[in-house]
Ligand binder design. Structure first.
Ligand SMILES: *[C@@H]1O[C@H](CO)[C@@H](O)[C@H](O)[C@H]1NC(C)=O
Ligand SMILES: *[C@@H]1O[C@H](CO)[C@@H](O)[C@H](O)[C@H]1NC(C)=O
Ligand SMILES: *[C@@H]1O[C@H](CO)[C@@H](O)[C@H](O)[C@H]1NC(C)=O
Ligand SMILES: *[C@@H]1O[C@H](CO)[C@@H](O)[C@H](O)[C@H]1NC(C)=O
Length: 729
């Protein structure tokens, strides 16, 4: 009689893995300690160790069972270098991460697992009058010890058992084992080619929890790895670690079978006196959506979506039967606890998942290692509904079947759906070569690369229609005669990026200089026709550094605003400038700007000038730069340029700025401040406002800034303060 939570990880052809759960779970039961073991509450109360109540990092001891048939030997280190070392390494990494996050009141003394009387005992004394009432009177001769999901538990880890006469002391059959020291959870690890692996060749691993303590906290579980996947080149070590984490979290309590055993402990896991079993953990809402309704997860989800004070419950994936052990995919793309595992690079150990462990009542949770989900952040209460995903203003979902970027911008993607999305569509990584961050997906040297793509560790996917193909001077007069004039469609392409600040970054296209990419804007790239769209709220976000492929942010100590200044210079009659002359002109404009603002060169970065004399420079304060803040410079420059346009004398001619334009990133200071706000509501509202503002802006920019429209025709747009996120002068 043991609880079996079977969680299967499937590797599908398109490199996404699915976790099956309910198929075997329905027929399973649970092993809790039976007499003569005292309940742990009792146990710890007569031990007066000072730390016996204080939660300590969860100690997970791993027991590797190498050979399918062999008895498990308690030897945590011995087999690591041989077969299964990859699994053991992954388990070690996964358990270390968990240990930094979950804490429990430590188990006192060695951890000993229970035996199931229904297995070893054939009959018990039935007379309530006798002293050994309900104790084992007849052993089961076929008793073969205890097992945990296909793994035989070593006797050393188990309580003993005894045969009781009708009266008097027991006859010991097997004494208590020594148990496992310094353990709060025992994880058995097996690498094998089991019938289950054979039956479904795509299964990477599956896991089960099989023992609970007297407060229902999981005490032991097993992970079985299907051997051949551990040597498969299609799985990286971090994929295996993530898959292990997913399974481990199921065994530690994130399971439809265990939700209903969660405890409600208002004073935390160390104070047991006012705990009760949770009455209700799931419910169905009026649309039939299954929800997990415990308070911490609900609060965290509300915070994530940017709505406050709504106790709404957290949608669970509808799975076979009524149990569900995964978050709803439409709301939780990228979470470690969705049913489809999408590769380590796209998976986060998110705070909402961790909140579930808080709600279990068994654990204290340290959120500092949590990785925030980008999917749905600040998207509001309506996010992820089947009815709203087709009209998603924040571009998490898509419609049609075109090409674009996966929402994390690590991959190029195609707009598509899957059964868990229930008709909603999102850009899913392409079957082949989607990763911008893999050099090997790039072009071989010498190959034609008209879109200037760069595949590199620091490359990301951008929606763009850049092309280096020369377009004729006067494209409107003979459009039908030149097939090259066909407009390039916007699609996902890979370009280098570099973080400057939280939420601020630069991009580089093949052969181009670094260009500031203002989130939410469409920008032009020197040397290319077309536009590149800078995603808002997706790149260079906090916590992104936790992932191996993200670039280290450029160290920039400024707390200042960051902006880009563009000047459209009027070309004096009859003038054409060569490349070198343009460089000299760039320098002259820079000097004019410096003297106008009275500031040093350290504010001006990546100046460039295009063939049609659009001068662009990015403004921020380099570390060590002396002088006013960029905010002050911004205001001074705004006023100075409004008062009198910049005029530069070069080569005997006078170049006057016909228009000037300043684009500012959202003020990083205000976003930092928001990070500190616990409720996050103001933040989210502001971000939403900004996001909508920039969306609107983007559409305008698309209409007005194009390679075919001469810059001079640009109008002066209205001014909004930098706090609004977007400013043009
Ligand atoms: C338990 O509940 C009682 C009654 O509500 C309260 O007085 C007591 O302080 C609580 N104990 C803890 C540790 O919270
Ligand atoms: C939480 O974990 C971080 C490391 O991830 C650690 O620095 C911090 O001290 C921990 N906080 C608590 C309260 O244990
Ligand atoms: C992926 O692309 C490579 C190179 O273009 C090709 O050799 C391989 O067969 C492709 N794989 C699939 C599954 O299409
Ligand atoms: C790029 O796309 C924008 C917006 O769709 C369009 O206005 C522009 O003409 C396109 N440019 C090229 C070179 O295709």
């Amino acid at each position: 009689m043991w609880l079996l939570l079977l969680l299967l990880l499937l590797l599908l052809g398109d490199a996404t893995s699915r976790c099956l759960h309910d198929e075997i779970q329905r027929s399973t039961r649970l092993l809790r300690p039976t007499l003569p073991q005292p309940p742990s509450k009792f146990r710890s109360s007569f031990l007066t160790l000072p730390d016996s109540h204080n939660p300590q990092p969860l100690r997970i001891q791993t027991c590797y069972i190498g050979d399918p048939g062999a008895d498990g030997v308690w030897d945590p280190k011995g087999d690591e270098m041989r077969r299964g070392s990859r699994a053991v390494t992954a388990v070690r990494e996964a358990t270390q991460r968990i240990q930094g996050i979950l804490a429990v009141p430590p188990v006192q003394g060695p951890l000993l697992l229970s035996r199931d009387p229904a297995q070893y005992c054939h009959a018990v004394w039935g007379d309530p009058e006798t002293p050994n009432y309900h104790r084992c009177s007849l052993l089961n001769p076929g008793y073969n010890g205890e097992s945990c999901l296909e793994v035989k538990i070593p006797d050393a880890h188990l309580h003993g058992y005894a045969l009781w006469p009708e009266q008097g002391p027991p006859q010991l059959v097997q004494p208590d084992g020594p148990g496992v020291q310094n353990a709060d959870f025992l994880l058995y690890v097996r690498v094998a080619h089991t019938p289950k692996c054979h039956q479904e060749p795509s299964i990477i691993a599956y896991a089960a929890c099989c023992q609970l303590d007297s407060e229902d906290r999981p005490l032991a579980g097993t992970i079985v790895y299907c051997a051949e996947h551990l040597t498969s080149p299609s799985l990286s070590q971090s994929d295996i670690v993530m898959a292990t984490l997913h399974e481990l979290l199921h065994t530690l309590g994130f399971s439809g079978q265990l939700f209903k055993k969660w405890w409600d402990c208002p004073s935390g896991p160390s104070v047991r006196e006012n705990c009760s079993t949770r009455q209700q953990v799931t419910r169905r809402d009026e649309w039939g959506q299954l929800l997990l309704t415990t308070p911490t997860v609900s609060h965290r989800l509300a915070k994530h979506l940017g709505v406050q004070g709504v106790s709404m419950g957290v949608p669970l994936e509808e799975e076979e039967g009524s149990l569900s052990s995964h978050w709803e995919a439409r709301l939780f793309q990228g979470s470690i606890m969705t049913a489809i595992f999408d590769g380590a690079q796209r998976t986060r150990l998110d705070p909402i998942t961790l909140a579930a462990f808080k709600d279990s009542g068994w654990y204290q949770v340290n959120y500092s290692a949590a990785e925030e989900l980008l999917w749905g952040r600040g998207a509001g209460l309506e996010f992820g509904l089947v009815t709203t995903c087709g009209t998603d203003s924040l571009d998490f979902f898509c419609t049609g079947s075109g090409l674009g970027c996966h929402y994390l911008h690590l991959d190029r993607g195609r707009c598509s759906s899957d059964p868990k999305l229930e008709g909603c569509r999102m850009y899913k990584p392409l079957v082949n070569g989607s990763e911008c961050w893999k050099k090997e997906n790039g072009f071989p040297p010498g190959a034609e690369n008209p879109y200037g793509e760069i595949y590199h560790t620091h490359s990301r996917c951008f929606l763009a229609n850049l092309t280096s193909r020369p377009l004729p001077e006067d494209k409107t007069s003979h459009p039908s005669q030149n097939p090259l004039l066909k407009e390039e469609e916007l699609t996902g392409r890979c370009y280098l990026h570099q973080c400057i600040e939280r939420g601020a970054y630069k991009v580089k296209v093949k052969g181009s200089p670094w260009v500031l990419c203002l989130p939410g804007k469409a920008i032009q790239i020197p040397g290319y026709y077309g536009l590149l769209f800078c995603p808002w709220g997706r790149l260079c976000q906090t916590n992104e550094g936790a992932n191996a492929v993200t670039s280290p942010p450029v160290s920039l100590s400024t707390q200042d605003l960051l902006f880009q200044l563009s000047l459209g210079l009027a070309v004096p009659q009859g003038y054409t400038l060569g490349k070198e002359q343009r460089e000299e002109l760039t320098e002259a404009v820079l000097q004019a700007l410096q003297s106008r603002t009275g500031t040093g060169r350290c504010y001006f970065h990546s100046p460039s000038i295009t063939a049609n004399l659009v001068f662009t420079v990015q403004m921020w304060k380099s570390p060590g730069c002396q002088g006013p803040s960029v905010d002050m410079l911004y205001n001074a420059l705004t006023m100075a340029l409004q008062a009198k346009p910049i005029e530069v004398n070069y080569g005997g001619a006078s170049f006057i700025a016909e228009y000037s334009k300043m684009l500012a990133t959202p003020d990083p200071k205000s976003s930092r401040l928001h990070l500190g706000l616990s409720m996050g509501l103001c933040l989210t509202l502001l971000i939403l406002v900004c996001a909508l503002g920039t969306m609107a802006y983007q559409k305008r920019a698309t209409l007005q800034v194009g390679p075919s429209s001469p810059y001079h025709s640009q109008v002066h747009w209205g001014t909004r303060g930098p706090a609004g996120g977007v400013t043009e002068v």
